[in-house]
Design a protein. Sequence first.
Length: 142
Amino acid sequence: MNRLNVVILSIIAFSLFSFSGDQNTFREEELISPETLSKILKDDKSIKPLVVNVGPMADIKYAVNINTITSGDGVDIFNRLMSRFSKEKEVVIYCGCCKLVDCPNVKSAREQLLKSGHKKYKILNLPTELAADWTNKGYPMQ
């Protein structure tokens, strides 16, 4: 194989690797919109998911705050909380300290949920941060 073919194949392989499902992105089916979650939380007749604040931000209505999952005993606290519930319990995790795609807290919580076999989880889609995407829109806070 000549050198040009090796270079071309390397470029193709790098391109495929770079654009093939980054673990730092979230699948559409993993996300729940602020509007949808807000409606569920406001509806007295709806069954509420377990809402878990995995970061340093304020608590939305019904949220259990474990503080920052990526520091101190955060992972242990989160895992102990989750062990108290069935793997079939609907769970919504959120942080909102930064853009969702960059949030280490949500990424860590999702990883823990997957490791423990919880499949009924959603990630609150806060593309900007909690204030802009939830609080400033008047969605319910504790």
